[in-house]
Write a protein that binds this ligand. Structure first.
Ligand SMILES: [Zn+2]
Length: 345
């Protein structure tokens, strides 16, 4: 399988993240990528491909220009304000406290961040920019010959909204890829998010559109990040009514419960008759994952890949979460190997 690899990913290297009131080492760290790359190389005969530079157009097709300018310059502005280390917000505009248009970097961090877990570092923009180029290059390859590809990149993307960052995400790679595939001729796209966490950014970006079906199987936001989106009654709006499916699952869910959810997702996806599929490939539903509490085991990820293969769609896999260093490589390789064992192309 072709594996498009973001070799600039390690430009984003946070000194720490705020996790339930404590600064801890970043769960999304550079070591993840090497582990996944090496495991995939062995398991699915990966052909590593460098991304091409498609410029800003595929990114501005999804994200607000003012937001992009903010992300690109935030660390420089933070430093210019006299701060050292990574940039974090500490105040947010909320109901009753949202007047004016403050220009101070701390106010703008709060304006554009929705969570406090995501450092902005000197190389954040470079890593995120090349992450987007990685997924666009992979999407381009899938559209050209119909064969599957894997975009191996970090920081992840599925929590990023058109003008909000958080949950370690800055640019919504899956949304950028889906839009790029639309622009290259695919009339209908499915984004299937199998990450443990709800893909809030992807849902929000496509919430009023009928041409992109967003499906997410995830931990119930009542008790799990991102808390404020991802509930079962969010089904889309306006033209997008019916084009969003959330399947929240309780903590402790094992493969029995997860695969039942997938069966529901599969029915919805097959009914949509899409031209292509983008998989938001998080592997943090594994039992060893540090910030999650599902109970999937490594063999289950091969089964997930087989189920995705049986959908019979042109498929692009995009790396999202997965933080347990001992197992993430095997789990990603399991999904891709399972997919290849079942896919027609
Ligand atoms: Zn996740």
């Amino acid at each position: 399988m072709r594996v498009f690899f973001n070799s600039s990913h390690d430009a984003h290297d946070g000194q720490g993240e705020m996790h339930h009131g404590r600064m801890v080492p970043c769960f999304d760290n550079a070591r993840r990528m090497g582990l996944i790359r090496d495991a995939v190389a062995l398991a699915v005969k990966a052909q590593l491909v460098d991304p091409a530079d498609h410029g800003m157009a595929p990114i501005t097709a999804i994200h607000d220009p003012a937001y992009l300018a903010f992300i690109e310059n935030a660390w420089r502005d933070w430093q210019a304000a006299g701060h050292t280390g990574d940039a974090f917000p500490y105040i947010w505009p909320t109901a009753g406290l949202a007047g004016g248009a403050p220009t101070h970097i701390s106010a703008r961090l709060g304006q554009y961040a929705f969570s406090s877990d995501t450092p902005i570092t000197p190389g954040t923009w470079k890593a995120a920019y090349w992450g987007a180029q990685t997924v666009v290059s992979a999407a381009d390859a899938v559209m050209k010959d119909g064969e599957a590809a894997f975009a191996l990149t970090r920081p992840p993307g599925h929590h990023a909204h058109a003008n909000r960052y958080g949950g370690y995400c800055f640019l919504n790679n899956c949304a950028i890829a889906a839009q790029y595939m639309r622009d290259k001729g695919a009339k209908k796209i499915v984004v299937l998010d199998v990450d443990y966490h709800h893909g809030n950014g992807t849902q929000d970006i496509f919430y009023e559109r009928a041409d992109v079906l967003t499906v997410s199987i995830h931990a119930d936001p009542k008790d799990h990040f991102p808390f404020f989106l991802g509930f079962a009654d969010e089904t889309g709006r306006l033209d997008g009514q019916g084009a969003n499916l959330n399947i929240p699952l309780p903590g402790g869910t094992d493969f029995g419960g997860w695969s039942q959810a997938f069966a529901r997702a599969m029915q919805k996806i097959l009914g949509f008759q899409a031209d292509a599929l983008v998989v938001a490939l998080g592997v943090d539903a594994h039992e060893a994952e540090p910030i999650c509490d599902f109970k999937l085991v490594t063999d289950d990820f091969n089964r997930i890949g087989q189920m995705i293969g049986r959908l019979g769609l042109k498929t692009l896999f995009v790396m999202e979460g997965g933080y347990a260093h001992d197992v993430i490589g095997q789990n990603v390789a399991g999904v891709l190997g399972g997919y290849l064992s079942q896919a027609k192309t």
